[in-house]
Design a protein around this ligand. Sequence first.
Ligand code: GLU
Length: 510
Amino acid sequence: MTKVSAEPRRRGHPESNRRVRVRFAPSPTGWLHVGNARTALFNWLYVRHTDGDFILRIEDTDQKRLVPGALGDIKSGLRWLGLGWDEGPDAGGDYGPYAQSERLGIYQEHIEKLLDSGYAYKCYCSSERLERVRQEKQARGESPGYDRQCRNLSAEERAAFEAEGITPVFRLKMPLEGQISFEDVIRGEISFDFDDLEDIVLLKSDGYPTYHFANVVDDHLMEISHIMRGDEWISSVPPHLVMYEAFGWKPPIFAHLPMILDPSGEGKLSKRKGSGQMTEIREFRTAGYLPEALFNFFARLGWAYSGDQDVFSREQAIERFDITDVRPSPSAFAYDKLNWMNGVYIRDLPADVLAGHLTAFLRDKGFDVDPDFTRRVVPLIQQRIQTLGEAIDWIDFFFADEVQPDPAELPGKKMDETQTAEALAAAYDVLAELEPFEQDAINSALRAKAEDLGLKAGQFFQPIRIAVTGKRVAPPLFGTLELVGKETVLERLEAAQKLLLQTTMLEQEE
Ligand code: GLU
């Protein structure tokens, strides 16, 4: 076997008469992050576009790297983004089990087949020897990797190792020369020299398969038609194709997705210590991004959407998505663009849907809100926020027992403390009389009062705003006063007057 080639397919036409079955195959070794979520999203879009099956397979064979809670985080992240799976954990299906740790017998059976057909061999080398070989090869300037010492052991030599009680690993017997090439839907033909490739381990001495072996066996047994994954996996294709050939299986169609870069466009997107740069789905969720907006934003990372607008619905994306429109060049993750897009989604959502998101979000943050409050507060802030997180800065005074206005900020334009205190007292009197306490009535009453006092509306309203919200910039005043409620508004107006009088007394003493 000197040349293995996946059936060549014309670039741009991933023709296949098989039913489309794709998989997202995360390893539960960390939280769902942007790169994986984008991979899941492209698989999901393609399968919804072609009416195929989306499979969630858990690649948990590296037992040492498992992170407790990671699987739950991956599943809830996918669900939150609206990327439900047709087969897999919690969904069942005819091709299970869907966690590789539950399929050990299957890999055992398949390794025997490769051993029998001469495509795999047992390797008895100790980790110390492997390390020594690695260092020696490095010192000679050779590419690192196993030196194939056990590839041609005689039956006697093997028996001697077995007698020592050494549990072997199983390695793939790679061709020693020639080239291997395959057609990637996104990148065209990709070739590798066998010279540069080593005999990778397929099954470890603990009885668990490696990623490579389990991945190939499962993709075949689960009848996966297309593999869409990050381009960091391109270098695993050659040994995978050798395995497909060894088993006599037809390989799936490959599409390696472009890398996601830092906003600067330099280097892979990563969580840099202290940068505060979000990379995990749960961080975006906690910061108050909407799943609809993230879905839209992720869809644009590498996919040239054929429409002319940046913002499109899930349905439009499903209708138009094709792997052949994914570009090979990496795309930078533009946080500012995401913020803008999230703002667009927030502004466009029906108020009651946004209120639902906001109630859940605030409760998650420990605020004791009732849906009636969020329904009423949404019209006050919907046009002003880009994330639900920003809503908190706009509305936190609603939840405070009391606010702490800065006395230096309270006076209206060209007003001193005494005049301002008088204005607040006048506002108090007029609002105390007002029944019902509703924004239109508040609006007219306060405007009339401003005129009585000979003040401009802005002069009069600013101290009231600061007294009630503690902020110079707050949601529209009259709706805010109505929602804060008469009793609290009056309390805060009174507190602000006291604060101003104290300040004037202190100033006089000085
Ligand atoms: N388990 C691999 C990962 O963590 C899957 C790679 C693949 O899709 O083949 O991304």
